[in-house]
Design a protein around this ligand. Structure first.
Ligand code: PBG
Length: 311
């Protein structure tokens, strides 16, 4: 018999997507025999809907309150969309595992138009992501990119209210919420290179809890973990800020991980994009991170610049 199952409390944001993700992990842990409860909480990131996240504090806004709950032992684990998790967790916390990845691609959603290319000249496209903005500009310099914030339901509502001709969202979130039918087109990663970690879920715990780590081990997906480790290494090496338009995406070709990255000028209307890629056999987290470091070096050599701290 395996070790005795013990109760696990999951700290979660209360958006529909966060709750779906927490319920998903809950079901997996219950299947392993653990009694599981959810502790719902609202984070700063959820409250700030009117300003660009990159201007008010970035990725950390969605995870801080959850970490406080872990720290105060009100909860045991926090489930995150890895895309929203800072590259380096604060002292005292660790990523216990990365789960099997959902579709990492970006999706085009529009009531009228089947693809981005079908949009008329000068059409309004909604996104507040700097990465999506620069990649969209590279694909269609004529489009007007307008901010679009809020949870998935809010964003779809703003689209349906006629504020945009189309919007770009992560396919993973839409599929998880049963909204996959809203997807008109999934961008090939080559044209809209996804964000590091997009579509993957990570589980955060307080450091120094080997028994909890062991209990979570069956939820880990090694291939996804290696892939996102390489992607996140690019972000970390570039300064790990979400105020920088940066994409990093790995795809396997046999034993080799092919890692592509793209960097755009922050705060500029420039359509210039710097791209870099490399590949190597990846067998462990260290070699995955080495591949990410290499691709970041290639970006820098090609003219990309690291984020300055607190910029
Ligand atoms: N930026 C917010 C965010 N963080 C995670 C997802 C869902 C997809 C995922 O798990 O990566 C989304 C929505 C989106 O980007 O459209």
């Amino acid at each position: 018999m395996s070790k005795p199952a013990f109760p696990i409390v999951i700290a979660t944001r209360e958006s529909r997507l966060a709750l779906w993700q927490a319920e998903h992990v809950k079901a997996r842990l219950q299947a392993l025999g653990h009694p599981v409860t959810l502790l719902g909480m609202t984070t700063k990131g959820d409250q700030i809907l009117d300003r660009s996240l990159s201007k008010v504090g970035g990725k950390g806004l969605f995870v801080k309150e959850l970490e406080v709950a872990l720290e105060e032992c009100r909860a045991d684990i926090a489930v995150h969309s890895l895309k929203d998790v800072p590259m380096d967790l604060p002292e005292g916390f660790e990523l216990a595992c990365v789960m099997e990845r959902e579709d990492p691609r970006d999706a085009f959603v529009s009531p009228q138009y089947a693809t981005l290319q079908d949009l008329p000249e000068g059409a309004v496209v909604g996104t507040s992501s700097l990465r999506r903005t620069v990649l969209l500009r590279a694909l269609r310099p004529d489009l007007r990119i307008e901010p679009l914030r809020g949870n998935l339901d809010t964003r779809l509502k703003k689209l349906d209210d006629g504020h945009y001709a189309g919007i770009v969202l992560a396919a993973a979130g839409l599929k998880r919420l049963g909204l996959g039918a809203r997807i008109r087109h999934e961008f090939a990663p080559d044209s809209m290179l996804p964000a590091a970690g997009q579509g993957a879920l990570g589980i955060e715990i307080r450091s120094g809890r080997p028994e909890l780590r062991a209990a979570l081990a069956p939820l880990a997906d090694t291939t996804s973990w290696l892939t996102v480790t390489a992607e996140r290494a690019v972000s970390r090496a570039m300064g790990g800020s979400c105020s920088m338009p940066l994409a990093a995406h790995g795809q396997w070709q046999g034993e080799e991980l092919v890692l592509r990255a793209a960097w755009g000028e922050p705060d500029s209307a420039s359509t210039a994009l710097i791209r870099a890629s490399s590949r190597r056999p990846v067998t462990d987290l260290a070699s995955a991170a080495d591949l990410g470091d290499e691709v970041a070096e290639l970006l820098l050599a090609a003219g990309a610049r690291r984020a300055t701290p607190n910029a």
